[in-house]
Design a binder for this molecule. Structure first.
Ligand code: GEK
Length: 250
């Protein structure tokens, strides 16, 4: 796919599953290298979500509190927030457990001219202790954690949010209705096919992600957020890719 003319540099193209031997999906150096292209061609609405997160952050980020980007990969969410909050007195803490992602993310943050400090940490978000924060974003991250750990993580985040703070969760979800699930899968395959992925690449990726990315029903996320004391609002959906803002009461 050709890059738009205003792209500062062409994205390295994701061809990982053209040649790869079957095996579990890993966030290694090869994936980090092509990651922006992979997300853009695989997740419908990804760039709109980044824009929405930028808008939300300018509304909810409070001086004197932290901001977390959990499962930051190359820091696209951190950059969106950094440029929205300007000189506000906050630090964005970007966390990922992939050494390849963390290394590249730190380089990208150093090269960026945003005013707000970004601290890039290598770590497992299930073991992270959080400082008082006004915004936490998990953009397509929780889906990689064991299902039984997800509600505990959400509760820990909700406890760390200051009044009026917000949690953003975006996930690939699993519809309970078979017909809806089938329709979304077909449409997602057609979306990726239109973006240049072959049937072979898609089936290899499906196999590689099978035990690594485990989607849950949208209703589960809503219930977990409510149990954690947040008020969830579904603010974005494209096919089975759903995003919520969980607000903590002011
Ligand atoms: C974006 N948010 O561009 N602890 C920390 N990081 C983890 C863990 C964990 N336990 N498990 C997985 N990750 C980004 C995209 S990608 C989404 C996020 C995708 C990290 C993993 O290393 C990877 O970088 C990220 O979560 C998921 O908006 O690839 O579909």
């Amino acid at each position: 796919m050709a890059c738009p003319p205003d792209d500062p540099q062409p994205l390295a193209r994701d061809e990982i599953f053209q040649t790869s031997a079957p095996g579990e999906f890993r966030f290694d150096e090869a994936v980090a290298k092509v990651f922006p292209d992979m997300l853009r061609r695989s997740i419908p609405g990804y760039s709109t979500l980044l824009q929405l997160i930028s808008v939300l952050s300018s509304e909810v980020v409070k001086s004197g509190t932290a901001v977390y980007d959990l499962g930051c990969s190359l820091g696209a969410v951190s950059l969106a927030i950094r440029h929205a909050v300007g000189a506000r007195d906050t630090t964005i803490v970007a966390v990922d457990n992939s050494p390849a992602m963390v290394k590249r993310c730190a380089e990208i943050m150093d090269a960026d001219s945003g005013l707000c400090p970004v601290q890039v940490l290598e770590g497992d978000i299930s073991k992270l202790s959080l400082a008082p924060c006004s915004l936490v974003v998990m953009n397509f991250t929780l889906q990689f954690l064991p299902i039984d750990e997800r509600p505990t993580i959400l509760r820990r985040i909700a406890d760390a949010l200051v009044p009026g703070g917000a949690l953003v969760i975006s996930e690939k979800t699993q519809s309970q209705g078979a017909a809806t699930a089938h329709f979304f899968t077909e449409m997602h395959d057609a979306f990726r096919s239109q973006n240049g992925y072959s049937q072979l690449e898609m089936s290899r990726k499906r196999e590689a992600l099978d035990k690594v990315l485990v989607p849950e029903a949208p209703e589960k996320y809503v219930a977990w957020m409510e149990q954690a004391g947040l008020v969830p609002v579904e603010w974005f959906r494209a096919l089975q890719f759903v995003s919520w803002v969980g607000m903590k009461a002011p």
